[in-house]
Design a protein around this ligand. Structure first.
Ligand SMILES: C[S@@+](CC[C@H](N)C(=O)[O-])C[C@H]1O[C@@H](n2cnc3c(N)ncnc32)[C@H](O)[C@@H]1O
Length: 244
């Protein structure tokens, strides 16, 4: 089976040979970082349509984590185009972080459409190093479709834990590896190297639930599901929240 996976990986790579060539020449990363936000605008439209009910259900409990003033202080890591803003509660204070500055113009447009929120700031930074954010300063931290792309999940989750106030919550919705021995897992393995290159460092076969289970949260509410998505390859999902 491993040989078949390797042969098919090679076939897929050859079908997008120019991308590999650009990568080899050191140009692909520059191109990808600029064009990925345009792809995400389109992708978010269909993802949010197909996952609207799941997102509404997940984020409906956010407000319970608001501080004594009743106002929720939330940070979204890997905010991308601002796909989750419409699901946040009225009056919520939002800080956004993303390492790709090319998302900013799309973010500004989403912010303009989100009058129910108060935006504190947008930081260009990776989740593994959020030293600009004070310890225990957030009621909630959110990330969706981000754990698949971060370089170091353990470091990332340590930082999330640090910035959350005691009793605060980390909300996540992530695509993950399919069950081993399924056709979906087989195709995830075949597509992985090319997918990683084209979709800005996204891993198709990550078992992100393991990092969440190993992190030092006090409670973890985690659900595995087959998301109702037209892209079958990313249907295996986890969602839920972890409390500090
Ligand atoms: C697939 S997009 C998802 C965007 C958005 N969260 C959504 O649900 O539409 C992945 C996002 O994670 C960001 N990202 C990648 N590595 C990251 C890291 N180490 N820390 C924080 N964000 C990261 C990317 O720049 C991109 O915005």
């Amino acid at each position: 089976m491993a040989v078949l996976v390797s042969v098919l990986q090679l076939a897929v790579s050859l079908s997008v040979f120019p991308v590999y060539l650009l990568h080899f020449l050191g140009l692909w990363n520059w191109i990808c970082k600029r064009f990925f936000p345009y792809f995400m605008v389109r992708f978010t439209e269909s993802y949010n349509k197909e996952m609207a009910a799941k997102k509404q259900e997940l984020f409906s409990s956010l407000q319970q984590f608001a501080g004594p003033s009743g106002r929720l202080t939330l940070m979204e890591i890997g905010c991308g185009t601002g796909a989750n803003f419409k699901f946040y509660p009225e009056g919520c204070r939002v800080t956004c972080i993303d390492p790709n500055p090319n998302f900013e113009k799309f973010l500004i447009s989403s912010i303009a459409q989100s009058r129910h929120l108060h935006f504190d700031r947008f930081l260009v930074a990776s989740g593994e190093d959020m030293h600009h954010i004070a310890d225990n300063s957030m009621d909630a931290v959110v990330c969706t479709l981000v754990l698949c792309s971060v370089q170091n999940q353990e470091k990332f989750l340590k930082e999330v834990h640090r910035v959350l106030r005691p009793g605060g919550a980390f909300y996540f919705m992530e695509h993950v590896a399919a069950e081993p021995s399924t056709w979906n897992f087989f195709w995830q393995q075949v597509l992985h190297p090319t997918w990683f290159l084209i979709f800005d460092g996204c891993h198709l076969t990550r078992e992100s639930w393991r990092a969440l289970e190993a992190a030092s949260f006090s409670k973890l509410h985690l659900q595995h599901l087959q998301a109702p998505l037209s892209w079958k390859i990313v249907r295996p999902h986890i969602l839920g929240y972890a409390m500090k």
